[in-house]
Design a binder for this molecule. Structure first.
Ligand code: SF4
Length: 193
């Protein structure tokens, strides 16, 4: 289904202030096809495409007058966008940036550049990596076969480059005990350093 980006009949209100600015840089394109994806992202969902560097730069410039304090990047999977590293390098000249990612497509050369960009910036760069369980059995049932190990490899690569990723966890079973879930993730993280 095509998503209407603008409602032509909506009243036009001038935006005077904005705290957070979100960019859907990955559009609806993702290398995964998670069962619970609320906008049905996939490698074949082209309903909304990538945002390029020039477009993001234009809105970064506009954001200054609106008082934006923080920038967020999502998709789809942001790192499928070939401009993503350059977009984050540029954003760190404006303010702190947070990327929501599935963690499965990082390349060392991108993280090396981003390490340098954060070191040169007064602002922070945060990665929020999604997982759906502290075992491969739980996670892969939602995210796809083999994704548990690929996500962990992505988390370890972020650690190698001095980033401290935040794991964003979905509760996938109504019967799941919250304490057990938390303890399972703590064990998983400790086992991975
Ligand atoms: S990784 Fe995120 S964007 Fe991609 S299919 Fe899964 S939930 Fe959707």
């Amino acid at each position: 289904m095509e998503l209407p980006l603008v409602d032509a009949n909506a009243p036009q209100v001038a935006l005077e202030h904005l705290d957070d600015l979100w960019f859907q840089v990955g559009g609806t394109l993702c290398n995964l096809t998670c069962r619970h994806c609320f906008i049905s992202c996939s490698p074949h969902n082209h309903a909304f495409g990538f945002l390029d560097l020039a477009t993001v730069e234009r809105y970064l410039d506009e954001s200054v007058a609106l008082g934006v304090k923080e920038y967020y990047f999502t998709g789809g999977e942001p790192f499928l966008n070939r401009d993503m590293t350059a977009i984050l390098e540029r954003t760190l000249q404006y303010g702190p940036a947070t990327v929501l990612t599935n963690g499965t497509v990082f390349r060392a050369e991108w993280l090396e550049r981003l390490r340098a960009a954060e070191d040169a910036s007064p602002y922070s760069l945060e990665f929020r990596v999604s997982m759906d369980g502290f075992t491969a059995e739980q996670n892969d049932a939602v995210r796809g076969d083999g994704t548990f190990e690929r996500i962990l490899a992505g988390v370890r690569l972020l650690l190698d480059y001095g980033f401290l990723p935040i794991l964003t966890v979905t509760r996938t079973d109504d019967e799941q005990d919250d304490g057990e879930l938390l303890a399972g993730f703590v064990r998983l993280l400790q086992d991975n350093g």
